[in-house]
Design a protein around this ligand. Structure first.
Ligand code: PLP
Length: 432
């Protein structure tokens, strides 16, 4: 049976089909619109099995897990199960999992906790290509007297462990590095970085928001002390996340209040959310051996585009990358123009982080990689999930050559002006 949930707002009403195919909306009076969703690093479709698992905790089982009565106790048991499911995804102990609201909260909490653990140390090391949920914390900390070293990345988006080693001092409190970059998918050697951090007595924090469910995590044999994940990147809803805190780590909570989460994150638990994250973690673990399917689709998309469209390149290509992500630079055109054209055909992609889109500045990640001007402005990211199909990729492959041809014909820049552009770029670089 298909149930329709109607939502009414100021601008009219929409109905969402319960057994919806990915990315479909029925707008009353209009035909059903479906889209091909290739923006899974921004957020993911909530898995219908996850919705099913969480719904009873919105309707029937609304007790407070901290209550003494059996009604609350029942919910407490479900919270315990969810914690075990997330611990299994981390390959950690259950007591090392703290539920919170999102990746941003996890990163903020981890950074503050690491600094509070060693208040005499005032130096932090991170990379130039972290998410704003990390970089903006450091901006504030710099104003408060901390020194932050931002490790550079190569043309392919990789960090250099020699540079990390050379930056470490006895004053370094924290090394904070993303597991994989959200824009390019390039994977960083976080375990090696953790080993270097350990040699100097520093805490190792890893933003694994883009990694959970895409590559295996193993906190059992790890050099990482604190690790962040976010539900909405792995087919759970928005508003739920988890922080891994290594047993024995001298953790100082960010939110103070009740005793929830063993005093490590006060506030009544988002029970439906964490049940959803537990189920999503279980499904992600089950799906891990099949992630190669997404990789196959991604590789076909990438290889065929490279073959059929001239003057393009894969940003971060030839490195170890997430299996679902490709970031491609199309020379001489604007990435935003490609995205708008794709959107007209119902295809969702992105020009970088959802948190920085809307600004006309080129991505800080691609800039840090030192990409030429022509690629910097013409790069877009396709990010896949287990819900994507061969047909989705076929459609993109059918449309992209036409879109690029049309935009290049309109573009004020072409390969003849490449030399001029290069000169302009060099002039800008030397004027800085
Ligand atoms: N870290 C990375 C690498 C991300 O990609 C994101 C979101 O895009 C975040 C952190 C922030 O996560 P959230 O949206 O759950 O706050």
């Amino acid at each position: 049976m298909t149930r329709i949930i109607a939502l009414t707002g100021k601008t009219g009403s929409i109905a969402i089909q319960k057994d919806f195919p990915p990315c479909s909306l029925i707008i009353r009076g209009l035909a059903m619109q479906t889209c091909i969703y290739l923006d899974n690093n921004a957020t993911t479709q909530v898995d219908p099995q996850v919705v099913e698992a969480m719904l009873p905790y919105l309707t029937q089982y609304y007790g407070n897990p901290s209550s003494m009565h059996r009604f609350g106790g029942q919910v407490g048991k479900a919270v315990k199960t969810a914690r075990a499911q997330v611990a299994a995804l981390f390959n950690s102990e259950e007591s090392e999992v703290v539920f919170n609201s999102c990746g941003t909260e996890g990163n903020n909490t981890a950074i503050r906790a690491a600094l509070a653990a060693q208040p005499d140390r005032k130096h932090i090391i991170t990379t130039q290509v972290e998410h704003p949920a990390v970089l903006n914390v450091y901006k504030q900390l710099e104003k408060q007297g901390y020194t932050v070293t931002y490790l550079s990345v190569s043309r392919k988006g990789q960090v250099d462990m020699m540079e990390l080693e050379a930056s470490m001092t006895g004053n370094t409190a924290l090394v904070s590095m993303m597991y994989a970059n959200n824009e390019t998918g390039v994977i960083f050697p976080v375990e090696q970085a953790g080993a270097i951090a350990k040699e100097y007595g520093a805490t190792m924090h890893v933003d694994a928001v883009q990694v959970a469910g895409k590559i295996p995590l193993n906190m059992q044999d790890s050099t990482i002390d604190l690790l962040t994940i976010s539900g909405h990147k792995l087919h759970a809803p928005k508003g739920i996340g988890a922080l891994y805190i290594r047993k024995g780590f001298r953790f100082r909570p960010f939110l103070l209040g009740g005793h929830q989460e063993r005093g490590r994150r006060a506030g009544t638990e988002n029970v439906p959310g964490l049940i959803a994250l537990g189920k999503a973690a279980e499904l992600a673990l089950e799906h891990l051996p099949n992630v190669k399917q997404e990789k196959k689709l991604r590789d076909r998309l990438e290889k065929t585009l490279l073959k059929t469209i001239p003057e393009i390149e894969v940003n971060g290509g030839g490195t170890e990358r997430l299996p679902n992500t490709t970031n491609i630079g199309f020379k001489y055109i604007e990435g935003e123009a490609i995205l708008l054209s794709l959107d007209q055909y119902g295809i969702c992609a992105s020009s970088g982080s959802a948190c920085t889109s809307g600004s006309l500045e080129p991505s800080h990640v691609l800039r840090a990689m030192g990409l030429p001007y022509t690629i910097l402005h013409g790069s877009i990211r396709f990010s896949l999930s287990r819900f994507n199909t061969d047909a989705d990729v076929d459609r993109v492959l059918e449309l992209m050559p036409q879109i690029v041809d049309r935009l290049r014909a309109l573009s004020p820049f072409n390969s003849d002006q490449a030399e001029w552009l290069q000169g302009r770029e060099e002039a800008v670089a030397t004027s800085k």
